[in-house]
Design a protein. Structure first.
Ligand code: HEC
Length: 100
């Protein structure tokens, strides 16, 4: 009886570790999304404040055209979209809404 209890105690202890790791993984994933450093998240965050993002997603353009549009939009609000963020947004838009 005591052995079973001990085995159970061990099993519980072992099961707790992966559960904690899973939590840590979910939390760090959430942090990355909150920091918005991937193209799609940046696009939603930066390009949806003045107009609907549909103004962009309703069209397909070449990478050059997207770069030009994003540059124009960057100029509409000082220090809102950094050059590094603009590059990621252009990358996202030309991949998802590119013109073949
Ligand atoms: C500070 C406000 C603001 C932000 C931020 C902004 N836009 Fe705009 N956008 C505008 C305004 C105002 C217009 C209306 C047309 C114009 O003035 O050029 C516009 C027009 C557009 C158009 C249509 C332009 C055309 O010539 O047909 C597209 C596409 C567009 N925006 C995409 C974006 C994208 C992509 C981003 C993010 C990188 C973005 N916008 C961020 C204000 C903004």
């Amino acid at each position: 009886m005591r052995i079973v209890a001990r085995v159970r105690g061990k099993w519980v202890a072992v099961a707790t570790v992966p559960a904690l790791l899973l939590c840590a993984g979910v939390l760090s994933g959430a942090r990355a999304a909150g920091g918005a450093d991937d193209g799609e998240a940046l696009f939603r965050q930066k390009c949806g404040v003045c107009h609907k993002t549909r103004i962009a997603t309703s069209r397909n353009e070449t990478k050059e055209t997207w770069a030009g549009i994003v540059k124009t939009m960057q100029g509409k609000k000082d220090n809102w979209i950094s050059d590094a963020q603009a590059r990621k947004i252009v990358e996202y838009l030309s991949t998802e809404y590119g013109k073949k």
